[in-house]
Design a protein around this ligand. Structure first.
Ligand code: HMG
Length: 440
């Protein structure tokens, strides 16, 4: 079977930065440790006034096409995943294609364009769609462009405000990929939930605390479902586990749950049992509360062990490095986590050829999906081409007053006249309704 997967990717961050420790925490009257240690975030990326989901997506896609020497004729499909769409009819992919057509002689007249929605997990669902399209033999030798783009903003003073972010990830899905090969095995955990939603509104209504538990519950179900198709998982099977990362503190919880789950029935589970005792079973307790208290006690002990901490620092920590600097990018978040882990491996001279990744995606509403990927030779060159560190460094550092202004700009309900903080440089820039993404 020909390998199908992600051939290359590009990341485009919003050009502004909100420093959580230096700027946000003092304005909120909070201890910076709540953000830097508790949530695990240093900063958020913010879109400048001329940036939005279209410009960021188009800029990431354009850079990807240029680097890979592609023209529109090479692309048979453009899938955009977003939960920040502004048009209930025309998909964002048509706006992005419109931008790209300004710079190529060819157009995308024969490409299938669409928009995927299921909160943050739709980035991975779009990858799946592209993979299935190629596997079904409908691609006529062409590749798919998958773009995850979001302005993940919350209402002012919402507890989610500290986790905001904005950026786009463009991925080229093709045969014989140079980055990762996707597998056919997937596990799902899915249930109708109402802890995070945006029914015809700009900013989400969120029950933040509940959303954390819903994430964990769906992730556990997805891991169980994955084991049904792929067989039992051993912690040593996967070099890294990129999780959907709304903030690194969430992944700290998800990783502990994942590890607890995957060591069951393995030699690692036996060693852990000797060290900290057996995992609590529901049947040993009279009430759910007693069981949950015992699970929490066991998990706390587990995460204190050297074995767990070694695993965490190799399999999880590297996937969080970019996220700490940029916040939640919703649909792009898990794809940043993958890129972050691979970038860390490249910078530290780790050989990941043929290594396996377990990619754990999640979207509120709610659904988790777990699938395996294989890192393929060529990955180092592809990851080495990313300039995300430079983009992160070059962001304009907002004062709190400037942050308040720019937040208003991106709240479509508020009239504002704020000057841009940075200047567009040879990129697509937002230029008013109906004239989106002009090249400047
Ligand atoms: P909060 O309630 O204001 O924060 O917001 P907190 O009081 O729970 O503190 C956060 C952590 O910091 C806690 O750690 C504190 O102990 C710690 P934990 O107990 O959880 O391990 N802390 C400190 N640590 C060190 N020094 C200090 C200090 N103070 C406190 N001084 C909340 C947290 C998650 C509720 C909020 O950020 C929120 O509402 N976020 C938005 C929703 C969200 O991100 N949910 C995550 C799961 S759902 C998801 O991922 C889907 C999503 O991406 C959307 C989609 O799919 O489309 C959001």
């Amino acid at each position: 079977m020909t390998a199908v997967g992600i051939d290359a990717m590009e990341i485009w961050t919003g050009k502004l930065k909100l420093d959580l420790a230096e700027t946000f925490a003092p304005a909120q009257g909070d201890d910076p440790g709540k953000y830097t240690k508790g949530l695990g975030l240093r900063a958020s990326s913010f879109p400048d006034v001329y940036e939005d989901i279209v410009t960021m997506g188009a800029n990431a896609a354009h850079r990807l096409m240029e680097r890979k020497g592609l023209t529109p004729d090479d692309i048979g499909r453009i899938d955009v995943a977003t939960e920040s769409a502004f048009d209930n009819s025309k998909p964002v992919s048509t706006y992005i294609a419109g931008c790209l057509e300004q710079v190529y002689d060819e157009n995308f007249h024969h490409a299938n364009k669409g928009e995927r929605k299921f909160a943050c997990i739709s980035g991975t669902q779009s990858l799946d769609d592209a993979y299935n399209w190629i596997r079904a033999g409908r691609n006529r030798g062409r590749a798919a462009l998958v773009i995850a783009t979001d302005t993940a903003l919350y209402a002012r003073d919402d507890p989610g405000e500290a986790t905001q972010g904005a950026g786009a990830v463009a991925m080229l899905v093709d045969e014989d990929p140079n980055l990762v090969e996707l597998s056919t095995e997937q596990g799902y955990g899915s249930a109708d939930e109402t802890d995070f939603l945006k029914p015809n509104q700009q900013f989400p209504s969120v029950d933040g605390k509940r959303s954390v538990n819903v994430y964990l519950a769906r992730m556990r179900e997805a891991l169980e479902d994955f084991a049904e198709v792929a067989g039992d998982i051993h912690p040593g099977d996967y070099e890294m586990i990129p999780f959907h990362t709304p903030f690194p503190g969430m992944v700290r919880k998800a990783a502990a749950l994942g590890y607890r789950h995957i060591i069951r029935g393995t030699d690692v589970g036996d060693l852990m049992a000797e060290e900290i005792g057996h995992q609590p079973m529901r049947s040993d307790f009279e009430t759910d509360d007693e069981f949950h208290a015992a699970i929490k006690e066991y998990t706390d002990a587990l995460t204190e062990t050297e074995r767990y901490q070694d695993w965490y620092s190799n399999a999880i920590e590297p996937t969080l490095e970019i996220s700490r600097e940029v916040g939640n990018w919703y649909t792009g978040s898990v794809h940043i986590a993958r890129a972050s882990g691979l970038k860390h491996a490249r910078e530290n001279g780790l050989d990941l050829d043929d290594a396996r990744l377990l990619v754990a995606s999640y979207g509120s509403g709610a659904q988790a999906e777990v699938h395996a990927e294989t890192v393929v030779p060529g990955w180092e060159e592809e990851i080495g081409a990313l300039d995300i560190d430079e983009q992160i460094r070059n962001r304009y550092d907002l004062s709190f007053a400037e942050y308040e202004q720019v937040h208003d700009v991106h709240n479509h309900e508020t009239e504002t006249d704020v000057e841009e903080f940075t200047a567009p440089e040879n990129e697509f820039a937002f230029d008013g309704w109906g004239r989106m993404g002009e090249r400047k």
